[in-house]
Design a protein around this ligand. Structure first.
Ligand code: GRF
Length: 200
């Protein structure tokens, strides 16, 4: 008897280090899930290369390929349905997920944010801006948050958080590296939690 594995799509725009961490963790933890699709707004990026190298299907999808945003959103939903995707993992996807996709995959899309939400989230809070804001605010700790995605930036239910210290001589770049290393264990753990929640 073949056991059904939950079919995951990752959405990426760049390096894809979280994608890689999840890919390896799914195997190591022997979770009953697999990444079957990498969707990106960029045809060429490290994440897409990693997917191709590991024989994971890739799709390059941007608004520019369509006459309207609605058509773009419809195509995205269609592609995800065609691939029988059950969970979407945003891993450095630098675009807002269309509302039509959020509706079609309600409570089945997760994102990782490089700070302790609800602080330092929302529009414009991405990449190095987040870590600069954390240092400017004089915080003594930061971390990462995995949350469900709804129609508002960084506002969905928090699934899991992990803290890292802010050190006295931190620069935004040093803090970013510490948070990213933390993300690589947090994201697979949070995904495991989501999979368990969906079974219960
Ligand atoms: C991470 O810092 C994550 O928190 C944010 O985008 C970055 C993605 O990095 N959402 P990578 O592409 O996974 O290396």
């Amino acid at each position: 008897m073949t056991i059904h594995k939950t079919r995951i799509a990752v959405f990426c725009s760049g390096v894809g280090s979280n994608f890689q961490a999840i890919f390896h963790a799914l195997k190591k933890k022997q979770l009953n899930a697999e990444i079957v699709l990498c969707l990106s707004n960029r045809a060429q990026c490290s994440a897409m290369e990693f997917a191709r190298f590991n024989a994971i299907a890739t799709v390059h999808l941007t608004e520019k390929q369509f006459d309207s945003f609605d058509e773009f959103a419809e195509a995205m939903v269609g592609c995800l349905k065609e691939q029988q995707i059950e969970i979407i993992v945003l891993a450095g996807y630098m675009r807002k997920v269309p509302d039509a996709v959020v509706e079609a995959f309600k409570d089945r899309i997760i994102n990782i944010h490089p700070a302790l939400l609800p602080k330092f989230g929302g529009e414009g809070m991405y990449g190095i801006h987040v870590h600069t804001a954390v240092l400017d605010a004089g915080e003594t700790e930061s971390g990462a948050t995995v949350h469900l995605v709804n129609e508002e930036y960084d506002k969905g239910r928090i699934l899991m958080q992990r803290h890292v210290p802010v050190l006295p001589d931190d620069t935004p770049e040093r803090l970013a590296a510490r948070v990213l290393a933390c993300e690589h264990t947090l994201y697979p753990d949070a995904l495991e939690k989501l999979l368990a929640e969906q079974l219960s």
